[in-house]
Write a protein that binds this ligand. Structure first.
Ligand code: ARG
Length: 582
């Protein structure tokens, strides 16, 4: 159990012993550091319950706290707020326990299994900035959950079964009508080589999509093509496989750049296999209705305060809807993994979609009451004009171009003596840190403006600032090693600078838990910045290697090592790699 949680537990027992029943006592970081490092404000609530004077309760509690060697400067302010600070000995012992094992200051979650759905890239379409946030937030949430002892499976859940594929196939047919894939009566073998490259796909999709918007006839043809594919027409299935091959390779490459990894590389098509048994099951529960040639599941309940339209189970042209594949996917996941929770990361605009799918799953008892289906929405990435991020020509910017832009900007900031091929690798790492950190620092629901100049600023609250600072810690320890200066434990506190770092380290557990509970990395991203800044203040104010007091010098080096390891752990949770130089 973390240090703060342990203290809170002890405080609670103490208060109970004093004769007051309370469920939780909170030790909060003080907003008046001049009075103490922490505050306990619970005497107020207790006084209300026990109808006495809060100062009286605070006084009794403070008397006990004064006897506790962990605390110093116990004092009561105002109506009954207790201020306390941590003793040097206690703080030092906490640091050494963290050095022994960081889990001495991490609160684990209850054991459970969570499936995270945060890919959602669409086959045959370029990833765009919209896919950035689900990848970054989802991956970081997965790593955070793992750190807290939760078992996870991440599923890429590619969009590989819907209209985009139909559109691409239709346009391919228009260009190469003689390819055998499109002839339903063809019985021979299909050519070995792939008729599409990723470059063709990237060019074709936007074109086909525009055509479909402009012409209802073209759209109808695309719908028809999608239906033929979903009905398993042999040639189209072969072509689909070929498109999948090229496109998946490219999608993987981009997720790799973002340090985003999936244990399951499924797509909507993998769930589609379960649609027939799903429909049979829903029918057996009398939940399916016919409606204007389509088949639907009604979801509205009298207690709803807003409209929940029916789930479109089978469209009138017999194709599966986006909702149906998601419902079939729940069916599949429950059967295969029996998860306690499923988390979905997608743009906030998809909230009704998930509400419908979850409602249907619960209504049909595809999941039991204990299975938690959770939609974790996020805000949009905007351009400097405050509108959704676009290229200079007003086109949607591909994620690839956006990452290249960040890489180029960060390359300019690298030391001139770093040369190729290393330079390219490091520029990539720093660029990715800029993009990822900027994406994770706002609360996930907040829209933000993509401003690469700001995101790559070495003096700002940025990924590159964190990497630069962390590398400096690595270099310091390397220098110490070269000079044969050893260090083992933290034995003394030198001043307020190192003390401040230690107080920040104490808060590690709280920031991990808060980020996990809010499903937003802003808390953690902010924490690592605070920790790093406190280290940098210390670093610029003290000449560590030149310190003459040997005990102090080795304590400082040990503390540096602890901050370094904590930073590396946290950067890793955020999905950011740290180079050895930059
Ligand atoms: N492919 C979808 C899109 O690009 C996102 C998928 C989100 N996940 C899900 N299970 N529906 O909009």
């Amino acid at each position: 159990m973390s240090f703060i949680k342990t203290i809170e537990k002890d405080l609670k027992e103490l208060v109970n012993k004093l004769g007051y029943q309370i469920d939780n006592i909170t030790l909060s970081t003080s907003n008046r550091p001049d009075l103490g490092e922490y505050q306990i404000n619970d005497a107020m609530n207790l006084a209300k319950i026990y109808k006495t004077n809060p100062r009286e309760i605070a006084t009794k509690l403070a008397e006990k706290l004064q006897e506790d060697k962990r605390f110093i400067n116990v004092n009561i302010a105002g109506a009954g707020f207790i201020n306390i600070s941590l003793s040097d000995d206690y703080l030092i012992s906490c640091m050494n326990k963290m050095m022994e094992d960081v889990y001495n200051n991490i609160d684990l979650q209850n054991k459970k299994t969570i499936i995270l759905d945060y890919g959602g890239a669409n086959v045959a379409k370029a990833l765009h900035v919209g896919h950035l946030r689900s990848a970054n937030i989802g991956e970081a949430l997965k790593r955070l959950a793992n750190t807290l002892g939760v078992k996870t499976y991440a599923d890429a859940h590619l969009g590989d079964w819907g209209r985009p594929i139909g559109l691409v196939m239709l346009e391919l047919e228009k260009r190469n009508p003689n390819l055998p894939y499109f002839d339903p009566n063809y019985e021979g073998d299909y050519p070995k080589d792939n008729p599409v490259s990723n470059a063709t796909l990237m060019e074709i999709y936007p074109l086909a999509s525009t055509k479909a918007k402009e012409s209802e006839e073209y759209m109808e043809e695309a719908r028809d093509m999608t239906a033929r594919l979903q009905n398993g027409e042999r040639g189209l299935m072969v072509l689909w496989q070929k498109i999948m091959e090229v496109s998946k390779t490219d999608i993987k490459r981009i997720y790799d750049r973002l340090n985003t990894t999936f244990e399951i590389w499924n797509g909507e098509s993998d769930s589609a296999i379960y649609i027939p048994e799903l429909i049979t099951y829903l029918e057996s529960k009398n939940l399916v209705k016919d409606s204007e040639g389509a088949r639907i599941v009604e979801l509205q309940e009298s207690t709803d305060d807003h409209e929940i339209p029916p789930l479109l189970l089978v469209k009138s042209n017999k194709t599966a809807s986006y909702q149906t594949t998601d419902l079939a996917c729940i069916w599949e996941r429950v059967n295969k993994y029996n998860p306690n929770e499923i988390w979905y990361l997608a743009d906030a605009r998809q909230s009704l979609h998930f509400e419908q799918v979850f409602r249907a799953a619960q209504k049909a008892k595809i999941v039991n009451e204990n299975t938690k289906l959770e939609f974790i929405p996020f805000g949009t990435v905007n351009g400097l004009d405050g509108k959704p991020f676009k290229t200079r020509d007003g086109d949607v910017m591909s994620l690839e171009n956006l990452l290249d832009l960040a890489k180029m900007e960060c390359e300019k900031k690298l030391l001139p003596n770093i040369t190729e091929p290393e330079r390219d690798k490091i520029a990539e790492m720093v660029g990715i840190s800029a993009v990822k950190y900027a994406d994770l620092i706002p609360h996930r629901l907040t829209d933000y403006i993509f401003d690469i100049t700001k995101f790559s600023d070495l003096d700002g609250k940025t990924g590159p600032y964190l990497l630069y600072s962390t590398i400096r810690m690595k270099s310091l320890l390397k220098k110490a090693k070269e000079a044969n200066i050893s260090y083992q434990s933290i034995d003394v506190i030198g001043n307020n600078f190192d003390r401040d770092i230690m107080l920040n380290l104490i808060n590690l557990a709280g920031s991990l838990t808060k980020s996990y509970e809010s499903r937003s990395l802003n808390e953690l991203a902010d924490y690592i910045y605070k920790l790093t800044s406190s280290y940098n203040k210390f670093y610029s104010d003290n000449r560590i290697l030149d310190e003459e007091n040997i005990t102090l010098r080795s304590s400082w080096l040990a503390l540096t090592n602890l901050v370094l390891n904590t930073n590396l752990m946290l950067l890793n949770i955020l999905g950011i790699n740290c180079p050895d130089k930059m």
